[in-house]
Design a protein around this ligand. Structure first.
Ligand SMILES: [Zn+2]
Ligand SMILES: [Zn+2]
Length: 229
């Protein structure tokens, strides 16, 4: 029950929360619009026709720039950006646990059925259908588990390096250029915990709960404040 609530709630939050657009001046993300790294070069979005902060990217599906855009996800019909990536990762995490839980239940039920008829030559029709259905569900769960766990592990790996999917792709594209392995290294805060804080906020006690990531510390920030994104 708790698992189901976590899955549904995180899905709802990641698909409905503003991932980090900064046009709306009443949005907290507006205050993040100031770049911070020392070698920041001013960037301009030709589609929005305005200056964009460091690590912001334009999403062609939503036609807007998003702070620390990771990618646009068709499954949630929203971008995954600075303010909803925590919920996205939690959704993947709890869905993975739910899949493993159902997988164990189905395997147990299959073993039960097989051992019940282990002495018989033929299975009753009902139990045969039951077994076929269990086999089908197990295959579906395995396929779902592989894709979700692959996505989850990629997200965890990138967050642990304070990188986004877009930056990682860019790094791969430029892999033949000198110093490409150091590209985006400037965002690495030196420890996995600190890098996770960028997406999951503080304190770490709330990382597994669907609470706001509290990236804007203490909530008394004003326009022009500088944040490390
Ligand atoms: Zn744009
Ligand atoms: Zn988008």
């Amino acid at each position: 029950m708790i698992l189901a609530i976590q899955v549904l709630l995180n899905y709802y939050l990641t698909s409905t929360i503003d991932p980090g657009s900064f046009k709306d001046t009443t949005s907290p993300s507006y205050y993040l619009a100031n770049p911070v790294s020392q070698d920041y070069e001013e960037k301009f979005c030709s589609k929005c026709n305005e200056q964009k902060p460091e690590r912001a990217h334009h999403c062609r599906y939503c036609n807007r720039c998003v702070l620390r855009l990771d990618h646009h996800c068709q499954w949630i019909n929203n971008c995954v950006g600075l303010f909803n990536q925590k919920y996205f990762v939690l959704f993947l995490f709890y869905t993975s646990i739910a899949i493993i839980y159902f997988f164990i239940l189905l395997i147990n039920r299959t073993i039960e059925l097989i051992s019940k008829h282990s002495m018989e030559q033929t299975l009753p029709e009902f139990d045969l259908l039951h077994l076929l259905l269990l086999g089908f569900l197990i295959i579906v769960l395995i396929i779902a588990a592989i894709s979700i766990l692959a996505l989850l592990s990629t997200q965890i790996y990138l967050i642990s390096k304070n990188l986004t999917t877009i930056e990682q792709e860019d790094r791969k594209r430029k892999h033949l250029q000198p110093n490409s392995s150091n590209l985006y290294k400037k965002y690495d805060k030196g420890s996995i915990i600190s890098n996770f804080t960028v997406v999951f906020g503080n304190p770490s006690l709330y990382w597994l709960l669907p609470t706001p990531p509290n990236l804007l510390y203490k909530g008394n920030n004003k326009k022009g404040d500088i944040f490390i994104v």
